[in-house]
Design a protein. Structure first.
Length: 277
């Protein structure tokens, strides 16, 4: 992974991580009836370590980026239009070390003021606490794919599809945000806090193994593969700037999304998308 070191007198990487790349807090002793020994425990609540970065998109876990993703984000940040994003994210990072509530308020305001660049902000500030989530760009891709399938069975208003999914702008390599933007889908805040505070993250995942079988029904050498899946859960996201005349079509497209993530052809990733009133 890559990190710009802020302190010249630190030589060990684990010290850099402790000082610059994670936020730690002590358990609230006033509200915690644990023993004195446990009161001294320090919990790692927030990490700013986003690496390692992967080469192969198909083998990249859900919570990580590829080198190409890193390059794309870097180039987007170099644009003059992203100056306000960089300033806002720096302020958010500073507040994360001082006051989490104020940091969340600053991030919310940053997204509100820059709705057209919301996907970029989500990329820069996404959760790195290993909780399950679905990136906004993944949600958009799933719905675009579902819309294409729906179009094969009925006539779908092309103007609506263009407003919802089309990438605009003059940057053909990286594209730009469409009018409609998709936030990351995450666990609700109460669930996040409960899981983090009680160190339950590991219980959200399970590992499933598979192997290739030859014509004699015997497992092939070196063919054992493992895939990590989440237990069933609900995640919540927002689709912004949807025109009133496109809402009904979008709700119909929701019904065509049945699976997401890796291994969809092998029965993994069953899901459904619905509108919460």
């Amino acid at each position: 992974m890559f990190h710009k070191v802020q302190d010249s007198f630190i030589m060990r990487y684990d010290e850099i991580v402790k000082r610059e790349l994670q936020i730690v807090y002590e358990k609230d002793k006033n509200n915690d009836k644990q023993t004195k020994e446990n009161d001294k425990d320090i919990k790692k609540n927030v990490s700013f370590c986003f690496g390692p970065y992967f080469l192969d998109k198909k083998q990249t876990p859900e919570n990580y980026y590829t080198i190409n993703d890193l390059e794309r984000i870097s180039e987007e940040l170099d644009k003059e239009s992203a100056d306000g994003i960089k300033t806002g994210v720096r302020q958010w990072l500073t507040l994360m070390h001082e006051n989490n509530e104020k940091a969340m308020q600053r991030l919310k305001r940053l997204k509100t003021l820059n709705e057209k660049q919301r996907e970029l902000i989500d990329d820069l500030t996404k959760s790195s606490n290993k909780l399950p989530y679905v990136p906004g760009r993944t949600v958009k891709g799933l719905l675009r794919e579902a819309a294409n399938m729906l179009s094969q069975f009925k006539k779908v208003p092309q103007d609506s599809l263009k407003r919802i999914f089309e990438l605009g702008g003059d940057d053909e390599k990286f594209g730009s945000q469409s009018t409609v933007s998709f936030t990351d889908a995450t666990l609700c805040e109460d669930e996040k806090l409960t899981i983090i505070n009680n160190e339950l993250t590991n219980y959200l995942y399970m590992s499933v193994a598979s192997t290739a079988i030859d014509e004699k029904g015997i497992a092939k050498d070196l063919s054992l593969r493992k895939i990590e899946t989440t237990i069933p859960c609900n995640v919540y996201g927002t689709i912004l700037n949807v025109a009133d005349e496109d809402v009904e079509l979008l709700l119909e497209i929701f019904k065509w999304v049945k699976r997401l993530g890796l291994g969809r052809n092998r029965g993994y990733g069953r899901c459904e998308i619905s509108k919460e009133d």
